[in-house]
Design a protein around this ligand. Sequence first.
Ligand code: ZN
Length: 159
Amino acid sequence: MKCPDCGLNNRAGVLLCEHCGADLYEALLERVATRNLKGFQTRELPSGAVAASSNPIVLYVNSSDSSLTIGRRRGIIIGRGTVDDGIDLDMTPYGAQNLGVSRRHARFDAHAEHLTLTDLNSTNGTFLNESRIPANQAVVLRSGDEVRIGRMVLRLYFK
Ligand SMILES: [Zn+2]
């Protein structure tokens, strides 16, 4: 992934830029703050936001060099559709349909100590660091992990 500070294309999963040492989470976060997040809606839930950290999760979309942030909470549905459809992260602007992303593809859940990912019985599957994860079973994520939904590659950074 490309360092937002110096532009170096770092190896997958690197947390600190190998050229300038920038903390990629912080660098992405700074850049996200100035980006236009039009088209991304996050649903505010009345409950469920229990986290030790209030730092947002940064989702880096490999195909577009774009990143977006997600507030930490339980039940963040990623797929294609609107908030009214129950979709929190609509990946349509990133070509989700052509990349085989299901309408309700997967769910992120921020817990106090960790972040998990659950495949919602998607058609084309969810992969963590290139291994397909079983449907309806939460797996724990680490910062820098690659998550693939269908053929859309995402990388997650969080603290
Ligand atoms: Zn750099």
